[in-house]
Ligand binder design. Structure first.
Ligand code: ADP
Ligand code: TRP
Length: 347
């Protein structure tokens, strides 16, 4: 594929989002949120949304959704996203996401959608898959709309979102080909993935990612967990009985050990080799208490600020209102351009 982003003349913009489907966890933080805060310093315009429309693709309680959007916004701010520099908003407050979604549904091809692995993971198989919502199937198109409605060029996400970003790029390229008349209207967005921490695994099963939807609370460290809870979850984390190895390659067949070492590296900013230099040959009895200490120390300022903000309803509501207004101004102008290109009625 040609690198069309380099030929794109518009400004660089950053967009990302998380689903308000439950409290955020350390995987969300190390894999994405931390990077959002850092990327604000690039001087690029930033948009960070709570994707409440995506949260409707699985069973959910409408009465809980607005509170969860507020919770996600509070987590963004606690993690260092600055509402003065970045627009923080609810996806549903900017109707242009839904408007572009339809346009892009007519651009995306069935074959592209059928390759999406997240649908297969979330929908299951047989009768379960038949009962899945159509929205769950078309979820990645709405995600493409979230990005392209701002002409975002950079999307900081965890490793699991790579395939969705690839689809967004394909959709943008096809839109440009069909409607751009040789111009790049929608830039192909680049995923921005952290070198360490992009895939934190469950504390109970090193082959599954840490997730909000995991039924076991002990599988994840939540942003709101206090020091004792964090230490207890790490103490109980699944491990094997071997001491830690001296070299990174030897971790490959030991998913739980690899995850805990990766977690230590992501929290301290050290490389995996540095961590093994210090802990290689030592057992988990020595490593886990150090990891717990590091995690508690690292997370305390974030979780304290998060807890404080959860009580500041009015403050968060104001941030979300202001963020939506700013986001909408950009989304509206992109939609005006799109509507003219696709032949919508405009008499
Ligand atoms: P969850 O799977 O917990 O519901 P989301 O799908 O809402 O999380 O993900 C929000 C963001 O956090 C995405 O950018 C995603 O890639 C990132 N992310 C989610 N889980 C992890 C993880 N275990 N490790 C690293 N990043 C993650
Ligand atoms: N699909 C993402 C996830 O599950 C959430 C998401 C929705 C998103 N729209 C987005 C992420 C746009 C980045 C950009 O984590």
């Amino acid at each position: 594929m040609t690198d069309t982003t380099s030929a794109y003349c518009g400004p660089d913009r950053i967009l990302s989002g998380m689903q308000p489907t439950g409290g955020l966890h350390l995987g969300n933080y190390l894999g994405a949120l931390k990077n959002w805060a850092l990327m604000q310093d690039s001087g690029k315009q930033c948009f960070f949304c709570a994707v409440d429309m995506h949260a409707m693709t699985m069973e959910y309680d409408p009465a809980l959704l607005p509170g969860r959007v507020r919770g996600v916004a509070a987590a963004y701010i606690a993690a260092g996203v600055d509402p003065a520099r970045s627009a923080i908003f609810a996806q549903s407050a900017v109707p242009e996401h839904a408007e572009l979604n339809w346009v892009l549904q007519c651009v995306a091809r069935m074959g592209w959608m059928e390759r999406m692995t997240q649908f297969k993971d979330k929908a299951g198989s047989g009768k379960d898959a038949e009962r899945a919502s159509v929205g769950l199937f078309t979820y990645p198109v709405l995600m493409a709309a979230d990005i392209l409605v701002y002409k975002a060029t950079h999307v900081p996400v965890g490793d699991d979102q790579k395939q969705h970003l690839e689809l967004a790029r394909d959709i943008a390229a096809r839109f440009n080909r069909d409607f751009g008349g040789g111009r790049i209207i929608l830039p192909e967005p680049e995923p921005v993935i952290m070198p360490v921490g992009a895939r934190i695994m469950s504390l109970k099963d090193g082959s599954r990612k840490m997730s909000k939807s995991d039924p076991s609370e002990n599988a994840r460290i939540n942003l709101y967990d206090d020091a004792d809870t964090i230490a207890r979850k790490i103490r109980k984390a699944k491990t094997d009985s071997e001491p830690l190895p001296e070299t990174a390659g030897s971790l490959d067949k030991r998913p739980e050990a690899k995850n805990l070492v990766g977690l230590y590296a992501a929290l301290t900013g050290e490389s995996i080799d540095d961590v093994l230099d210090e802990f290689g040959g030592k057992g988990f009895g020595a490593f886990k208490p150090r990891l717990a200490e590091v995690a508690v120390e690292y997370m305390a300022p974030v979780s304290e600020e998060y807890a404080r903000l959860l009580n500041e309803k009015a403050e968060i509501n104001a941030v979300l209102k202001n963020g939506a207004e700013r986001a909408r101004a950009t989304a509206r102008s992109v939609m005006t351009e799109v509507r003219a290109l696709i032949g919508y009625w405009n008499a």
